[in-house]
Design a protein around this ligand. Structure first.
Ligand code: ZN
Length: 205
């Protein structure tokens, strides 16, 4: 079932002090749960029943009459990726393969870190910032997207997902989005998951 809400892959307090249990409880149990349940309602009669979640997100983005389905299915997919993008004691300089790729495409880890944080700060209002791969060129790129949009809406493959909606950081960081983004990169990123997605290759639509 594409709209089942899985448990978080770690305990609610596992990312403390960088992301509190209170934030994770509200974010996963209320916000994410609501997107998943609305998407499950909206899929009926959409003509996209039985498709993979990625196909539903991609196809509903192309069709303005399906914008409510896109918003909820997109947010469900984005949050699934976001939970996997973090782990306790994560962050910092990544391991071998992804580090080599970051060096190749950004010049250095510091250059990547600066661009990623800048994209998250620069996303006006609610949205997301991403490390994604362009399947046409095979290159990594930093993206920022509004509301429920994601690289898959544009045919690209996300590798690292950061939620910059206020509900993701306001309880822990108030309005200090830059501090949240720094904590995400320095202490939370699950680089093993990023490597797994890189090894899996482009998402096919
Ligand atoms: Zn969120």
């Amino acid at each position: 079932m594409p709209f089942t809400l899985p448990e978080l892959p770690y305990a609610y307090d596992a990312l403390d002090p960088y992301m509190s249990a209170e934030t994770l409880e509200f974010h996963h149990d209320k916000h994410h749960a609501a997107y998943a349940s609305k998407a499950a309602d909206l899929i009926t009669g959409s003509g996209l029943e039985g498709k993979s979640l990625e196909d539903i997100v991609y196809a509903s983005f192309q069709d303005p009459s399906k914008s409510a389905l896109f918003n909820n299915a997109g947010q469900h997919w984005n949050h699934l990726q976001f939970w996997q993008s973090m782990k306790p004691k994560g962050g910092g300089v990544p391991p071998g393969k992804i580090m080599a790729k970051i060096d190749e495409d950004f010049g250095s880890f510091e250059a990547f870190r600066g661009k990623f944080i800048e994209a998250g700060i620069g996303q006006f209002g609610s949205g997301w910032c991403w490390l994604a791969m362009d399947p046409q060129t095979g290159r990594l790129e930093i993206m920022k997207t509004l509301n429920a949009e994601s690289p898959i809406a544009h045919g690209k493959t996300p590798l690292l997902t950061c939620d910059v909606w206020e509900h993701s950081y306001y309880l822990d960081y108030r309005n200090a989005r830059p501090k949240y983004l720094e904590a995400f990169v320095d202490h939370l990123v699950n680089w093993e998951y990023v490597e797994e997605l890189l090894a899996r290759g482009p998402i096919k639509f």
